[in-house]
Write a protein that binds this ligand. Structure first.
Ligand code: EPU
Length: 338
């Protein structure tokens, strides 16, 4: 019988460091172990949630249900081809460790995603991305266990319906499948995606030529300067998504706010930097008790110590309202709220 803990503290299982408890909690380090846990049928009696390293969730109350924690390890080369390598990675592997493994092998495809918190198993869920790279461009397959029949189901890249910070695993399919492992295709030729300006500047400052290792190093430097370390200051990265608005609306707003940052994403749509909206509304560094807006990156909300999930969510609501009033733009959370 697998270990199922009762009344289990989640404080060390979420990067916001919120001290709530789960009614039941269990970890699995293999698909076999997961099947054993599902045999208890506890997941049918209780609501349940699959947890990686808890870096993209905000816990607002005790979880009255069953939390399943993926700790499947291992990086296994499936194919070594002329131009690329196919690799299968356990869902419990720490994402950054996988990136560091990839660059140590001189492989390319995930180096711009260095230092993103979270696990490999969580990476497809919201199609993690940063500095001009998204994980959807290297994922070939996502291995899951289908809950209702406890059978393995493998999703192709196309099946995952990836889009900006989204996939089917964040939508309706969310509760039907448990991601166990992810397959990636990594390129032997360096992709050298340095279009995101800050990377080029950083490489120049360091006097380094672009390759997967140096790009990862540049990204690590940039992120460390801007983003708070969750071990020091509780947070879950960007709290809000960057909103997409009509370009015509953006042009109108530019008349009043000439510095507003937006990126054209299609003929008619522009993605706005929510960090800029919050910053320009004077909210960078804003703090209410132990819940605050980070002083260097306004898109990140932080827990200064003892903030509850409700205090963080109330701060988020206040920001949403102020942004709506000032610019007429709605911003929505990127983190999952439980
Ligand atoms: N900006 C401000 N003030 C701020 C923050 C940002 O004016 O306080 C401006 C910046 O000057 C820049 C623009 O807004 O012109 C964009 O900022 P940044 O490059 O920091 O990126 P972001 O849009 O705020 C996104 C991702 C991050 C990712 C970075 C880099 C989302 C929701 N966030 O942030 O991802 O690291 O780009 O690619 O798309 C995460 O998802 O947890 C995350 C950290």
């Amino acid at each position: 019988m697998s270990n199922i803990f009762n009344n289990y503290s989640l404080k060390n299982h979420n990067t916001f460091g919120i001290a709530v408890k789960a009614k039941y909690f269990s970890s699995f380090d293999s698909v076999l172990e997961l099947k054993k846990i599902l045999k208890t049928n506890l997941h049918q009696k209780e609501q349940f949630f699959i947890l990686g390293s808890g870096s993209n969730i905000l816990l607002t109350q005790d979880f009255d249900g069953f939390i399943l924690h993926n700790t499947i390890e291992g990086i296994c080369i499936l194919e070594d081809n002329e131009n690329d390598i196919l690799v299968e990675v356990g869902g419990g592997v720490v994402w950054h460790d996988f990136v560091m493994w990839s660059v140590s092998q001189e492989l390319s495809g995930v180096e711009n995603l260095a230092l993103i918190p979270g696990t490999v198993g969580a990476s497809p869920v919201q199609n993690i991305g940063a500095y001009g790279m998204e994980v959807k461009d290297t994922i070939t397959k996502v291995h899951t266990l289908e809950i209702k029949n406890k059978e393995v189901k493998i999703f192709s890249n196309k099946d995952c319906e990836f889009s900006y910070r989204n996939s089917i695993f964040k939508m309706e399919e969310k509760k039907k499948f448990i991601i166990t492992k992810v397959e990636f295709k990594l390129s032997k030729a360096p992709l050298n995606k340095t279009t995101y300006g800050a990377i080029e500047d950083e490489l120049k400052n360091l006097k380094l030529e672009a390759n997967p290792s140096t790009i990862a190093e540049a990204v690590i430097n940039i992120r460390s300067r801007k983003l708070p370390d969750p071990k020091v200051l509780g947070n879950s990265g960007s709290f809000f998504k960057n909103p997409v608005i009509e370009t015509s609306e953006f042009e109108e707003l530019k008349k009043e706010f000439p510095d507003m940052v937006g990126y054209t994403i299609s003929n008619s749509q522009t993605k706005i930097a929510a960090g800029w909206l919050i910053d320009n509304a004077g909210l960078k560094g804003y703090r209410k008790a132990d819940a605050g807006v980070h002083k260097n990156q306004a898109l990140v909300l932080v827990n200064y110590g003892n903030a509850s999930g409700t205090e963080i969510i109330n701060l988020a609501k206040e920001i949403q309202q102020k942004i709506k009033i000032k610019y007429g733009i709605s911003i929505v959370p990127e983190v999952s709220i439980l």
